[in-house]
Design a protein around this ligand. Structure first.
Ligand code: ADP
Ligand code: MG
Length: 398
């Protein structure tokens, strides 16, 4: 994977850097409720500003679908961004055209500005060449630091990269290197943990992984679909019975590829889905009652999974092993996450995890910082796990 980074920039003082970042933060009562994405941009933005570039941030915010929506203006994010950055940040009320050009002409070396929501233009989501040319006219070079938007071929993530010298920002660079290390060119054996609610949402992930990894751990609600396909009665569990053939063909493909599939052999069940329900019990997968549902992987299976991971050099993880938001159904996820974190800290395991709920679960286990890399890019991370080429990444490689 060859792409240019900020190390390849020459002299940039006074030059205009168009930097695609992810500023699509959740808002509550006018305040940013989670500033993770804002903080992720800081290494690139401060580095460019310190080198004297005029830093112009391009981003989308919400889904205005080509309309000028004041409630989705990036002016709302400018103040919060300034606070996170600790430097003044200007706002430019357009991301293309005369007004933007005039405002940008007044900026000086080291200045930082947020340009208006790229999705106020219908051409953004169409990857429109004309819009990309209008954006390109505002800058001297292009930096993409938004891995989380790289699975979309949009004007600011794809077309624009072909019109100016293009570089990966620091966060993009770190993400690509970590993903390459975990699945592109990993140290073997490799284990993948795939959990979450439904098989249907991760079919392509499973299909791709069986050809790539040595151990595939299937947990969460999707394990139920596989257990049922093997003829096990999963009672009232979340289960996609119509995916029986699909599940069996994935198991077949794993067999042919010498990928060992790990399904739970003991499980935590309950008759009602509530915190610490009175009907809670642990049992063998063959003993689930008709009125019970599987809500977590059992302790014996977790111990076996930990042993399997101890033999591995690389781990990639997406999806919790159980309904982790509700105690005690976080136990398996937390226990396996702690094992992976400890192995990583000992230096025997490269561990990469991603997915909205997965990140939340790792934070709940208190081990997110102990993994080698935790990706906060939801859709892009999954598409990458599916083995797809991300348009925004590919455009940087040209
Ligand atoms: P991610 O966001 O990390 O990709 P998913 O969205 O695929 O993960 O899956 C997370 C969801 O799966 C959580 O809400 C969790 O409660 C649910 N889940 C996991 N195991 C089960 C289970 N056995 N029964 C029902 N829901 C489950
Ligand atoms: Mg999710």
């Amino acid at each position: 994977m060859a792409f240019k980074t900020l190390d390849d920039l020459g002299h940039v003082s006074g030059k205009r850097a168009l930097v695609r970042v992810d500023l699509n933060v959740p808002m509550q009562d006018g305040a940013v409720s989670d500033d993770t994405r804002l903080r992720a941009t800081l290494p690139t933005v401060t580095e460019l500003a310190d080198k004297g570039a005029i830093v112009l941030l391009l981003a989308h915010f919400g889904r205005p679908k080509g309309d000028n929506r004041p409630d989705m203006s990036l002016s709302l994010v400018t103040r919060p961004y300034e606070q996170v950055l600790g430097r003044p940040v200007r706002f430019v009320g357009a991301c293309a055209g005369e007004l933007a050009a005039q405002n940008i002409a007044m900026l000086r070396a080291g200045d930082i500005a947020i340009l208006e929501n790229t999705r106020f233009h219908a051409g953004e989501e169409r990857n429109d060449a004309e819009l990309a040319r209008a954006m390109a006219a505002l800058g001297d070079f292009y930096v993409n630091d938004a891995f989380s938007a790289a699975h979309r071929a949009h004007a600011s993530t794809e077309a624009l990269a072909h019109l100016l010298p293009a570089f990966a920002g620091r966060a993009m660079e770190a993400e690509l290197k970590a993903l390459q290390k975990a699945l592109g060119d990993p140290e073997r054996p490799v284990a993948a943990v795939v959990g979450g609610a439904k098989v249907s949402s991760k079919l392509d992930v499973l299909t791709h992984l069986v050809t790539k990894v040595d151990h595939l751990v299937i947990g969460g609600g999707m394990a139920n679909t596989f257990l049922a396909a093997r003829g096990i009665d999963v009672g009232k569990s979340l289960c996609e019975h119509d995916l029986r053939d699909t599940a069996l063909s994935i198991l077949d493909a794993a067999d042919r590829a010498n990928c060992i599939v790990h399904l739970p052999y003991d499980v935590v069940v309950a008759k009602e889905f509530a915190a610490n329900p009175p009907s809670l019990r642990t049992c063998n997968v063959h003993e689930v009652g008709a009125d019970e549902m599987i809500l977590d992987v059992g302790p014996a299976a977790v111990e076996a999974l930990a042993d399997a991971i101890k033999t591995c050099r690389t781990l990639i993880w997406n999806g919790p092993l159980g309904a982790f938001e509700t105690p005690p159904f976080d136990a398996a996820t937390v226990a396996l996450a702690r094992t992976a974190a400890a192995l990583t800290q000992e230096g025997s395991l490269v561990s990469v995890a991603g997915g909205g709920d997965t990140v939340a679960a790792l934070n709940q286990a208190g081990v997110a910082d102990d993994f080698t890399f935790v990706s906060t890019a939801g859709g892009a991370f999954l598409e990458w796990m599916e083995g797809k080429e991300l348009p925004g990444v590919k455009a940087l490689q040209n």
